[in-house]
Design a protein around this ligand. Structure first.
Ligand code: ADP
Ligand code: ADP
Length: 237
């Protein structure tokens, strides 16, 4: 479970990006984070993975307070958060399998063909994940030979490879066509339910968020202005 309590972020420039933001996300729930540009969505995601230092408030992930960690603990804490990106952030010259295994390393090795450096159990796990996202037949393909939807599936498998306790997902469908977008959203929601993973999806497409997430949080000018089910959102708007 993720719990965000009275989170406030004021940048050095004086911009108040978040004001007193509180919510919690139970295991298996996928939250769609919506709001106009400048609402504070990226700041919220970055505070949770601690790329941005919160001004005040607490962020707890399964009882660990992410806002009170030293640099060493911070690295370990970040390993517990799986990130999925809009532009996939795959390493083009590496294979699908290697991209997934790089999620386990937490960095991308500069040397080639590193798959054999992993124990068999890790490779089997990576195959299981690739199978789950429908890509086991493509494990040895280079990332740059894949379609957009396939690339995002690799991104999902890579995030899962590190056994995350939370998924933070930034505009996962922004570069995909509508049909592929729906497939990717469905896959994410199914996997989170299966694995009991809480997830936050930063998503500008409100219709897609309503169709696939169980809960929507709306931010405006750094404050939560809506927190409810997709059906409640329709009634309010
Ligand atoms: P969103 O992701 O919803 O578009 P952001 O979190 O990027 O919103 O931005 C929220 C507010 O914080 C905006 O007013 C923006 O100008 C400001 N902001 C974002 N990043 C920075 C930064 N690095 N320094 C100063 N102000 C920032
Ligand atoms: P390839 O498999 O592409 O032939 P290698 O994997 O054998 O290449 O290694 C390529 C380069 O990366 C070599 O210079 C090697 O010393 C370096 N290297 C290999 N493994 C590691 C490692 N675990 N840490 C740092 N450097 C490494």
């Amino acid at each position: 479970m993720l719990s965000v309590e009275n989170l406030t972020k004021t940048y050095k420039t004086g911009d108040k990006a978040l004001t007193d933001v509180s919510f919690s996300v139970p295991k298996g729930q996928v939250v769609g984070l919506i709001g106009p540009s400048g609402a504070g969505k990226s700041t919220l995601i970055r505070c949770i993975n601690r790329l941005v230092e919160p001004t005040s408030g607490a962020i707890r992930l399964n009882e660990m307070d992410l806002t009170r960690l030293g640099q060493g603990d911070l690295r370990r804490a970040r390993r517990r958060i799986g990130m999925i990106f809009q532009e996939y952030a795959l390493v083009e010259r590496l294979t699908v399998m290697e991209n997934v295994l790089s999620g386990r390393l937490g960095y991308v090795p500069f040397w080639r063909s590193f798959t054999r450096r992993f124990p068999g159990a890790d490779i089997q796990k990576a195959y299981r994940l690739l199978d789950r996202v429908g890509l086991s037949a493509h494990a040895d393909k280079r990332a740059d030979a894949l379609s957009g939807g396939q690339r995002q599936r690799v991104g999902i498998a890579r995030a899962l490879e590190q056994d995350p306790e939370l998924l933070l997902i930034d505009e996962p469908t922004a570069s995909l066509d509508p049909k592929t977008s729906r497939q990717i959203m469905r896959l994410i929601v199914e996997i989170c339910a299966e694995q009991g993973l809480p997830a936050i999806i930063n998503i500008h497409d409100v219709v897609l968020a309503q169709q696939f997430t169980q809960r929507i949080i709306g931010l405006q000018a750094g404050r939560i202005v809506f927190d409810g089910t997709p059906a409640q959102l329709t009634e309010d708007v």
